[in-house]
Design a protein around this ligand. Sequence first.
Ligand code: ATP
Length: 284
Amino acid sequence: MTDAEIDYEVDAEDLTLAAPREIRDDAKPSLVVDDLHITYRVFGGKKLGTATQRKDSFVRKLLNQGRSHVGSVSEVKAVKGISFVARHGESIGIVGINGSGKSTLLRAVAGLIPPTKGSVYVAGEPSLLGVNAVLMGDLSGERNIMIGGLALGMTPQEVEASFDDIVDFSGIGNFVYLPMKAYSSGMAARLRFAISASAVPDILMIDEALATGDATFRNKSTERINKIREQAGTVFLVSHSLATVEAMCSRVLWVHQGELVADGPAKEVCAQYKAFVAKSRAKS
Ligand SMILES: Nc1ncnc2c1ncn2[C@@H]1O[C@H](COP(=O)(O)OP(=O)(O)OP(=O)(O)O)[C@@H](O)[C@H]1O
């Protein structure tokens, strides 16, 4: 199994939680995630009930007249007590089936979602944070490169100097002069990556962007990631493509139902994850 998208239910009983990873003293931590919990509150959700229950009675309709439906509040515990330490120079893949909490973990690490409980300590500035938060679909790629660059702390002159490089790297060509909403999702992802990676950030976060690129883009991305790692940055990559994760990451976190079930060398964890997925497939 290589680049397959995995999308089905699995039994949590098949998993044992990861033992805490041995922490080496020689490299400085760039990020500490301590017992992180993220709970989404979903407003306006309604329990489905039976067909008869779903049909409102005439009396209830009368009672509800003029009232806007507030609905119930439900909670989704997307991340449940994850802890790990990331070090300078590491490139860390995050794997797990659909809905396991990978993107939520990444967004929380980037500071986009406040922890419900627990803490995230960061040395430096996660770069995807700035770029993803500020890009605007109605504006051209050109304007977005400027906005994204400024959000990453570059000066306007620095952004201008990197402009050709970013366009070249993303491979979007003349599309750079069109509004970003006209881009394919792959083009948008490549441009986001090119902007995020342009300033050699302390922490680079990549959510699926690389999986959308062709072989040339992947090679360029790998080179860029290696450069960031060499300069003591930390790279996080969320991807369903185990081949990409294995090729680009030294370490992998496997998240399942909001919990960290494995944390270790990329090859080992990917092998465990593949075996788990194969077993789940065989069951279904
Ligand atoms: N904004 C939100 N509001 C409510 N629930 C959410 C929100 N975002 C994600 N969730 C829920 O949180 C859980 C984790 O979602 P998340 O997107 O982090 O998983 P994922 O592993 O990245 O999934 P995928 O591989 O499908 O992208 C899921 O149950 C999802 O339905």
